[in-house]
Design a protein around this ligand. Structure first.
Ligand code: 8YV
Length: 327
């Protein structure tokens, strides 16, 4: 019988996913759940046919060049693959896959949560109550800003952007978006959304801005200091995509000076570090990169990984192969 291909998983995954992987493959789990060091990753990559990494593993060209020639598949546990140098991996004959689709709705839910939390002062209000600070209703207390009728500008109109648009429409918001190209007429009509070819022009007119694009060289600091300055002073920025898309230092400075009204962030430029200025601001809601963190979503992501690995092992092209041209 053919040798079973070896799969190494870099982080603790949900139990049902690990159980299934162990049934199907010769799987080495990370029971400690500590992120691997670069040397541990290199060791894993040189001993595995398949590596299942997560966002906390940076698989760059330097690491790939030290990884020997056994590794054939990197099946990322996650939709974003900015942790992996896909072009270099492919050049070395390594296929890269991701887990698209299954975390779309959860991430869109969290995006709306951040929009609402930042505009309706949800975290502030909840903290006041728990600290014993609710001394009775007042006509002018805890006033936020309404969503209804406001303009939301979505940056990146892929699966997640569209799921956000659908929700925002249901909340009575006017949906605008910037993307490399417009969505199909059918989707545009369904979502009732307005396309802006110019991000600059869109930013200047929005009440809320949501980042929903991947982090690639083309989107690094897409919301640069210059572009952030185009926002109106009452604008709220939310990001459930990747921290690198926003110049976090510039955003923190503007929030501190009151040049924009608020922010809701789930991701950061230098995770897990967070610009200390952000931590002190009452108008900023900060979450620990939990957009896809639902019990169901994480199991679905694991199942996607399993299908990709299994298909590859059966000698076929894995369904979620990522190629540089897609990025
Ligand atoms: C995960 C994500 O937190 O899928 C993504 O792109 O950001 C999240 O689902 C993480 O990336 C898992 O590796």
């Amino acid at each position: 019988a053919a040798r079973k291909l070896k799969v190494i998983v870099t982080r603790k995954l949900p139990d049902p996913v690990e159980t299934r992987m162990c049934e199907l493959f010769d799987t080495e789990l990370n029971v400690s759940d500590k992120p691997m060091t670069a040397d541990e990753l290199v060791d894993a990559m040189s001993r595995a046919d398949v590596l299942v990494p997560t966002i906390t593993d940076r698989i760059d060209s330097r690491l790939l060049s030290r990884s020997g020639d056994r590794l054939k598949l990197i099946a990322n546990f996650g939709a974003g693959v900015d942790n992996i140098d896909v072009a270099t991996a492919n050049a070395r004959g390594i296929i890269v896959t991701n887990t698209p689709g299954v975390l779309t709705e959860d991430t869109a839910d969290l995006t709306m949560t951040l929009i609402m939390a930042a505009s309706r002062r949800i975290v502030e209000g909840a903290e006041v109550v728990k600290a014993g600070g609710f001394h009775g209703w007042s006509p002018t207390w805890m006033m936020g800003r309404r969503l209804w009728g406001k303009r939301l500008g979505i940056i990146g109109m892929g699966r997640i952007g569209q799921a956000v648009a659908r929700r925002a429409k249901a909340f009575g918001m006017q949906v605008h978006y910037h993307n490399r190209k417009p969505v199909s007429p059918r989707i545009a009509e369904e979502l009732g959304c307005t396309y802006w070819e110019s991000l600059d022009q869109m930013l200047a007119r929005m009440d809320f801005v949501s980042v929903n694009c991947p982090h690639t060289p083309a989107t690094y600091h897409l919301l640069s200091a210059r572009r952030l300055k185009l926002l109106r002073p009452h604008a709220v920025v939310v990001n459930t995509a990747r921290g690198e898309v926003i110049d976090e230092g510039a955003l923190a400075n503007m929030l501190a000076k009151g040049e924009i009204a608020g922010a809701g962030l789930d991701v950061y430029e230098h995770e897990p570090a967070i610009n200390p200025k952000l931590l002190k601001l009452p108008n900023v809601v900060l979450l620990p990169h939990m957009g896809s963190a639902t019990v169901e979503g994480r199991i679905d992501m694991g199942e996607k990984v399993i299908v990709n690995v299994k298909t590859f092992m059966d000698g076929h092209r894995p369904p979620d192969r990522v190629i540089p041209a897609m990025l």
